[in-house]
Design a protein around this ligand. Structure first.
Ligand SMILES: [Zn+2]
Length: 75
């Protein structure tokens, strides 16, 4: 059973919450997001959207292209 490591989180530069997955060199997606947030690093969403996460996120609807890609990967 394949487990997709991903993290859903938020940013304020678009109206959607994007999903990112775990880079090969990182322990977990959550750790990667925390690191990116702490250091102001760019993240790339499954849909290709690139942004810098904020430490105080706001909930938005989940990005549909990200959801579609995540579901394909899990299938
Ligand atoms: Zn997206």
């Amino acid at each position: 059973m394949t487990e997709l490591q991903e993290s859903i989180f938020d940013q304020d530069t678009s109206q959607f919450t994007h999903i990112t997955d775990c880079p090969d060199e990182k322990e977990t997606a959550e750790a990667w997001v925390a690191e990116a947030t702490a250091h102001g690093l760019e993240l790339t969403a499954l849909c290709g959207y690139v942004w810098v996460p904020k430490s105080d996120p706001v909930r938005h609807p989940v990005c549909q292209p990200c959801l579609d890609i995540a579901q394909i990967r899990l299938a």
